[in-house]
Design a protein around this ligand. Structure first.
Ligand SMILES: *Cc1c(COP(=O)(O)O)cnc(C)c1O
Length: 363
């Protein structure tokens, strides 16, 4: 491939580092450490290195492959596996991760077994499901008995704490009440085992909002933050928080124009199904100037989650490998070979950074 190939993601490392530093300062003020979650940029090791240099307590991902790449890149920070492990990957989890989130007894036993084989102690955080209905022990009794079992019988595991995840599936808000429930469950365990847990991990970006509002329960001391640092977009655009002290444009998607033409805005002929089996509807706005760029749904997933930097430019739609833009109202006279830039929501960032067709460059 040529050197200057498109499409590409441009990562501004200074902006990323600024975002990490801001989150760290705000959390430190409230006695909270951060696990920097890198799955949002598909584990780019250079991004992970920024989290490590800034002083995050852990580098975290849902994918072992990403943790392995980070380790091979020379990052020394402890690694956290945040998707509860598959039974089949227990041995690799112990090999690659220093700590993992867990909610299954069989997996915990397997982790203990493989930790013993490797002569290691593997740290675990037990997850409590507080209503979001993804991973986690459901009742506090179940969580407590799992904790006691790890503490007393699984000698190659270290019960490092408890955690929860909110907002990812059930879209449940990380309210102070929910997080106090987590603290209560932690304290129940502490009373039984006779020691303090090292970590009470109160969630992800959706819990970082409690830090911004200053109403985080005092004993929450670890957050696992990805989106809120990489993009800091959801907190601002969806939840209305002022995130102007962070950059929303640390990542830029660039794509190249491959055709510019005046064409009708309504397809001509009998409308059937598009490339993805949908039967679309089109608005007839007469003849408009359109630009095609060489990037498609395969590379970013959802065209409506790209944000053109040129505010006069509209995304009309996309197929697998093409994106169609209305450039009629743009001040700039686009032509073939021009580069068009986009800001991103979370999903396109994940897709684009994991697409083999999209180059990643750092500035
Ligand atoms: C993805 C994930 C996170 C980070 O989520 P963000 O919204 O990107 O901050 C934290 N914890 C778990 C368990 C996750 O799966």
């Amino acid at each position: 491939m040529g050197k200057n190939r498109y499409p590409k993601i441009v990562v501004d490392l200074k902006k990323l580092r600024h975002n990490i530093d801001r989150a760290l300062v705000k959390c430190q003020d409230q006695g909270i450490e951060i696990a920097g979650v890198i799955k949002g940029c598909s584990g780019l090791p250079e991004c992970a290195r920024q989290f490590a240099l800034a002083g995050c307590r852990f580098i975290a991902s849902s994918r072992l492959e990403q943790l392995e790449a980070v380790r091979n890149y020379g990052v020394q920070t402890e690694l956290m596996m945040i998707r509860i492990p598959m039974l089949s990957e227990a041995s690799e989890v112990v090999r690659l991760a220093d700590i993992s989130l867990n909610s299954d007894m069989e997996v915990l036993k397997a982790l203990d077994y493989h930790a013993r084989l490797r002569d290691k102690t593997h740290k675990v955080i037990l997850m409590a499901d507080l209503g979001d209905l993804r991973e986690g022990f459901w009742s506090k009794e179940e969580l407590l008995s799992a904790a006691l079992y790890v503490e007393r019988d699984l000698h190659n595991l270290r019960l490092a704490g408890v955690g929860t995840n909110l907002g990812c599936y059930g879209a449940i808000a990380a309210t102070p009440e929910k997080l106090n429930e987590l603290v209560a469950r932690a304290e129940l365990i502490e009373a039984e085992i006779g020691r303090e847990l090292e970590f009470i991990s109160g969630g992800a970006t959706s819990s970082y909002l409690r830090v911004l509002e200053g109403n985080m329960p005092r004993r929450i001391n670890l957050l696992r933050i990805g989106e809120g640092i990489l993009l800091a977009r959801d907190s601002q655009e969806l939840w209305g928080y002022d995130m102007s002290d962070m950059y929303q444009d640390a990542f830029t998607l660039q794509a190249e124009v491959i055709e510019v033409r005046d064409k009708p805005s309504h397809p001509v002929g009998e409308i059937m199904f598009d490339a993805f089996g949908n039967r679309p509807e089109y608005q007839d706005r007469g003849i408009r100037r359109r630009a095609l760029i060489a990037i498609g749904k395969v590379d970013y997933g959802f065209p409506d989650q790209l944000i053109p930097r040129d505010k006069d430019l509209k995304i009309l739609g996309a197929s697998s490998d093409h994106t169609i833009l209305d450039v009629q109202d743009c001040g700039r006279n686009y032509k073939t070979g021009d580069i068009i830039e986009f800001d991103l929501w979370y999903a396109p960032l994940v897709y684009a950074t994991s697409s083999p067709n999209v180059d990643v460059v750092y500035i």
